[in-house]
Design a protein around this ligand. Sequence first.
Ligand code: NAG
Ligand code: NAG
Ligand code: NAG
Ligand code: NAG
Ligand code: NAG
Ligand code: NAG
Ligand code: NAG
Ligand code: NAG
Ligand code: NAG
Ligand code: NAG
Ligand code: NAG
Length: 403
Amino acid sequence: MLQSYILLALVSLMLCSATPVERSPAQIALPKPTGIYQVGRSVTELIDYNRTQPFVEGDEPVKLMISVFYPVPRQHHSILGAYMPPETAGIEDLELSLAGVAAPNGTFEKLFLHLASNEPTENVTNQTSCQHPLILFMPGQGTTRHFYQQIASTIASTGYIVVTIDAAYDVDVVEYLDGSLAMFNASLWETLDLIALNRTGFTAIETRVGDVSFVLDSLSNATLAHSLVPNLPSYGLNTTHTAMFSHSLGGATAFSVLESNDRILGGLDMDGGLFGPGLSTGTSKPFMIMGHEGYTRDNQNDDPFLTWKTIWPNLTGWKRDIIVNGTGHYDFSDYPIVFETLGITPSNQTVLDNIYVGNMKGKRALEIVTTYVGAFLDFVIYGKCSELLDGPVAEFPEVTFEY
Ligand SMILES: *[C@@H]1O[C@H](CO)[C@@H](O)[C@H](O)[C@H]1NC(C)=O
Ligand SMILES: *[C@@H]1O[C@H](CO)[C@@H](O)[C@H](O)[C@H]1NC(C)=O
Ligand SMILES: *[C@@H]1O[C@H](CO)[C@@H](O)[C@H](O)[C@H]1NC(C)=O
Ligand SMILES: *[C@@H]1O[C@H](CO)[C@@H](O)[C@H](O)[C@H]1NC(C)=O
Ligand SMILES: *[C@@H]1O[C@H](CO)[C@@H](O)[C@H](O)[C@H]1NC(C)=O
Ligand SMILES: *[C@@H]1O[C@H](CO)[C@@H](O)[C@H](O)[C@H]1NC(C)=O
Ligand SMILES: *[C@@H]1O[C@H](CO)[C@@H](O)[C@H](O)[C@H]1NC(C)=O
Ligand SMILES: *[C@@H]1O[C@H](CO)[C@@H](O)[C@H](O)[C@H]1NC(C)=O
Ligand SMILES: *[C@@H]1O[C@H](CO)[C@@H](O)[C@H](O)[C@H]1NC(C)=O
Ligand SMILES: *[C@@H]1O[C@H](CO)[C@@H](O)[C@H](O)[C@H]1NC(C)=O
Ligand SMILES: *[C@@H]1O[C@H](CO)[C@@H](O)[C@H](O)[C@H]1NC(C)=O
């Protein structure tokens, strides 16, 4: 999404110009995940000394932050977990304020997710360890992985272990465990030169493809896996049979990983143009595109290089292309549900346009996104058929198919 590259680049440049606003201490909780499981979260940092960051000066190793959302049985106490660490929350307050959202300093710090505590409500001795499949997620360019946690935890609540991965210097901010920050390299994206943008995008996706591989390598270490997710079988996580769903630049990554990574069985691209490696070959693995209102394969405004149109004939396996009416680019993130929960949904069209969300209600956007992502994952991982994936259904009139 070129428009959002530009928007976020400008917003990030202006980070120093804000005035402090009083903050409220109240906690506001996002809805409980709707699946049959409660969800636990763990966070860690992974450093790949074999590769260097492309978007920063010097030879910094690639340093990723990941969050792991895992299903836990219902017998745990429910607790509230901070949606973002405080410093990141302050940066997001500022970014969204600059786009016109009523998010004064303190807004995102008040926001919490429903999580399962480590304390079970009763000691169940006969509990068997579960083999929930591993699913990967990467955010859009310029957007922290934290803005996808409600989606990730909703998917986890249906029985998947969802790992969200932040790519340093191509999302707005990555906050490491020691509190240090990696800020977005805006200068690379703030150009209208499509060739230059394509080059940056290509490098970003190439790097992210390496990130995905590194995360899977890391998570195949059973000791690490057990430290992140309780009650795993002794071998840890199943890293050889995974799938990836992702937003925007992450969605483009979910396409580009398919041909280079045997461990990823299928990819779902939420609203991302595909300018990355893999475009010249296509794929025979399952691949699905979810677009916002009006983003047809012929729409050169949303996709200047018409990458969806170009690749379509070279998707030789199972493929689907759906459009969700009433949405904008960021309806495939937590923005709508987050704003609705905080009571700061913009009513003014200029602001909605600035942040690329449509008029759809937050709960509905979350429901549609997670329902279709869930159907896709069930299909790729378990081979489960769903009428949702075969054409329009009365329950979701917003969703149409491009064939
Ligand atoms: C935001 O609020 C926090 C906590 O009150 C404060 O430490 C910080 O300086 C504020 N930031 C800005 C930019 O006003
Ligand atoms: C670095 O690369 C070498 C050789 O390709 C490989 O053996 C090693 O496992 C890699 N290390 C990490 C941390 O990925
Ligand atoms: C942004 O990335 C470019 C390309 O790698 C690099 O030359 C430049 O130094 C980076 N800017 C910052 C502020 O790190
Ligand atoms: C919309 O809201 C923004 C931010 O509050 C304001 O600057 C702008 O003037 C408003 N536009 C309209 C058309 O009301
Ligand atoms: C579970 O067992 C532990 C260790 O025996 C005990 O400390 C804890 O109170 C028990 N919890 C419940 C909810 O029974
Ligand atoms: C575990 O024990 C509980 C209580 O005795 C029982 O209700 C449940 O069915 C058992 N679960 C399994 C998997 O055996
Ligand atoms: C984008 O960049 C890649 C890598 O340099 C190149 O292969 C591709 O042809 C470019 N695409 C366009 C539309 O320029
Ligand atoms: C596996 O992970 C553990 C815990 O992070 C670490 O101590 C150990 O060195 C790792 N093993 C390998 C082979 O990388
Ligand atoms: C991972 O899942 C696949 C498919 O269910 C299965 O064939 C494979 O044995 C699993 N790997 C492990 C280590 O359990
Ligand atoms: C489609 O695949 C064919 C054969 O694999 C290849 O020659 C062609 O360049 C591909 N076209 C696109 C647009 O990817
Ligand atoms: C999108 O929704 C609007 C308003 O609800 C409706 O008028 C329009 O026909 C819908 N478009 C499609 C393609 O379903």
